[in-house]
Write a protein that binds this ligand. Structure first.
Ligand SMILES: Nc1ncnc2c1ncn2[C@@H]1O[C@H](COP(=O)(O)OP(=O)(O)OP(=O)(O)O)[C@@H](O)[C@H]1O
Ligand SMILES: [Mg+2]
Length: 587
């Protein structure tokens, strides 16, 4: 054995493929020696060690730590004497001494008794790329905080990624900090759309993002036109359900008629009206379709089978959502009689009317589109991608879950449909300028229970997005609720603390086998600490993620008021806001 230097930690005792067992030097105090004034965390799972081999340094990560009197060493029994401390390390790659370049994979394996050293900052810096025009910083190494961890932007954006972690583990903060780096760094013309279901990101990105919210006013208001949805989903969004089979069929007919009528009159649309169906995304007047449905549900006639013998008492108005009133049907089979479809639609027409009046859903009513043009979808999609801002936050806070899911489905579907059709060499979104969609609460849109429009769109982007320049960043606290195919498509996984064992299992299965030891640390990670693995990073790594500045509105509520307040609680403003829904309705 050569002369021990300060970085020496032990020697190789056992080599099994890329698994190497290292006997720690008995002179080493503890497993965290001090080098150049800094504690070296060599005994930490995920720390890197160096095995000099001629012109290269092999780089390996610590996967297991033990003492042979407590656990049986993984090597042959006779190699472990009593009290011996050992590390098991996994070979990952090598650094060329001449060029200081790191590459994955090893050319030659270490021999017995070869020296093992902890990796110094200069080796770590050769391994981990620096933040640059191609790499974006996300944090620093947990085991050596002076070394930055930066991800390959290209891989991160178009190869999809997942940010997973139990509630409060720091997912939203991690994503907010990444988005801040994008908008303030080398990517002023990035194309990132954040689906923000809880209204958390606006605060962190105020200066560099276009923020649109369903509760906002003027240019800050988010619009998702209802007419971009298929007929059945329109009913689901406003009435809460799509009704029985007869209602669905009738509604589809009325919507198709209304869409055709619009197409006939619109100068900016060059569509064959006979090709228009209930699901063609062209504008139509939903109020008129509602009045038809509602009337069918109430109409009375002098002759049951004769539509011309209607007993109208007072004409309603589609514009003001006032129903027609009809004479009540006569007693004992005498006229007026109920029309054959009387009551078949149950409460659906009334629920639809209330939905159309609900201010929480008014974001679905615009842009309405006019026969003279311009094309309202172009403006809507422009507003979703945030104009010239690098990041666009679409805040759905305050929308009932069901409607939000449908609206988000429409946005995902349209962005993807547009990206597919963007010609090469044009300025649109897609291959010429990839778009990254950050999907908070991703399990809600990809999982089995999601509304079909959202589920289909999100899964389709996960499967095919890469080809068309649409990247997904799935953010979820329930990775076990994501379909396997979606997680398998994620090139990069950022896994924060996970306490649920089903979730841990899912992520462990998605991580490479070589870092099984690292995956075992998932439940004990600190807040804001993550295991990052995949194409975006040279090596699977445990990293402390940067905290965003400013923070997202994701802080845990403070309990200061429990100590310093007076115990009085005024709920009047909250009740007024809640009731506001109904007051506005009557304006
Ligand atoms: N890198 C970090 N360092 C220290 N504290 C952090 C870090 N990241 C987040 N936190 C803190 O952890 C708390 C939770 O963070 P955050 O809201 O980002 O978690 P989350 O995983 O998105 O939670 P949820 O699943 O509930 O949305 C916040 O109080 C935040 O300030
Ligand atoms: Mg969050």
């Amino acid at each position: 054995m050569g002369v021990k230097d300060e970085t020496y930690v032990g020697r190789v005792r056992h080599v099994l493929g890329s698994q190497v067992t290292v006997e720690l030097d008995p002179d080493l105090a503890g497993i965290a020696p001090i080098y150049k004034g800094q504690l070296q965390q060599i005994g930490q799972i995920g720390s890197l060690v160096r095995l000099p081999q001629g012109m290269v340094d092999l780089i390996a990560t610590v996967t297991l730590v033990g003492i042979s009197e407590l656990t049986l060493g993984p090597g042959p029994q006779e190699t472990s004497s009593v009290g011996e401390r050992w590390l098991q390390v996994q070979l990952l790659g090598e650094i060329d001494r001449g060029t200081r370049q790191f590459r994955r994979g090893v050319g030659s394996y270490p021999g017995l008794d070869d020296q093992v050293h902890f990796a110094r900052t200069e080796e770590l810096e050769a391994v981990y790329p620096h933040p640059s025009t191609t790499h974006i910083r996300v944090g620093r190494l947990s085991s050596s905080e002076s070394v930055s961890v930066a991800l390959d932007v290209n891989k991160l954006v178009v190869r999809h990624s997942a940010v997973v972690g139990s509630t409060g583990s720091g997912k939203t903060s991690a994503v907010a900090s990444l988005l801040q780096s994008f908008s303030q760094g080398h990517w002023p013309a990035a194309n990132i759309v954040v689906i923000d279901s809880h209204g958390e990101y606006g605060h962190a990105l105020a200066n560099h993002a276009s923020i649109r919210s369903v509760l906002g006013t003027g240019v800050r208001r988010l619009h998702v036109p209802y007419w971009a949805l298929p007929a059945a989903d329109i009913l689901r969004a406003f009435a809460g359900s799509s009704g029985g089979p007869t209602t669905q069929k009738t509604w589809a007919t009325f919507v198709a008629d209304a869409r055709r009528e619009f197409v006939l009159g619109a100068s900016w649309l060059d569509l064959d009206p006979s090709a228009v169906t209930a699901d063609t995304p062209v504008p139509f007047d939903i109020r008129k379709a509602w009045l038809r449905l509602d009337s069918e549900n109430r109409e009375t006639r002098r002759e049951k089978q004769d539509p011309s013998s209607v007993c109208l008492e007072a004409e309603g108005s589609a514009e003001t959502l006032t129903p027609n009133t009809y004479l009540p049907n006569g007693p004992g089979g005498k006229p007026p009689m109920q029309n054959p479809l009387f009551g078949t639609h149950g409460s659906t027409p009334e629920l639809l009317r209330l939905g159309l009046l609900d201010p929480r859903l008014s974001f679905l009513l615009e842009p309405a589109g006019t026969p003279e043009g311009p094309d309202p979808l172009v403006d809507a999609i422009d507003s979703w991608i945030g104009g010239t801002k690098p990041v666009s936050v679409l805040d759905f806070n305050g929308v009932p879950d069901e409607a939000a899911e449908l609206a988000i489905g429409v946005i995902l579907k349209l962005l993807f449909d547009v990206a597919i059709r963007t010609p090469n060499g044009s300025e649109g979104i897609g291959r010429p300028s990839p778009v990254l969609i950050v999907l908070e609460e991703a399990h809600r849109y990809l999982g089995d229970d999601a509304a079909p429009i959202a589920k289909n769109a999100a899964n389709r982007i996960a499967r095919e997005g890469r080809k068309y320049g649409v990247g997904l960043m799935l953010v979820t606290q329930r990775p076990s609720d994501l379909p396997d195919t979606a997680l398998a498509q994620c090139g990069t996984i950022i896994a924060l603390r996970l306490s649920n064992s089903a979730d841990q299992g899912k992520i462990r299965a998605a991580l490479p086998d070589s870092i099984a030891g690292l995956a075992e640390t998932l439940p004990s990670l600190r807040t804001g600490e993550a295991i990052i693995s995949g194409e975006g990073l040279v090596l699977p790594t445990r990293a402390l993620l940067d905290r965003p500045n400013p923070l997202p509105l994701a802080e845990d509520p403070s309990l200061d008021s429990w100590r310093t307040g007076h115990g009085t609680r005024n709920v009047t403003p909250a009740v007024a806001r809640w009731r506001g829904i109904y007051e506005q309705e009557n304006q």
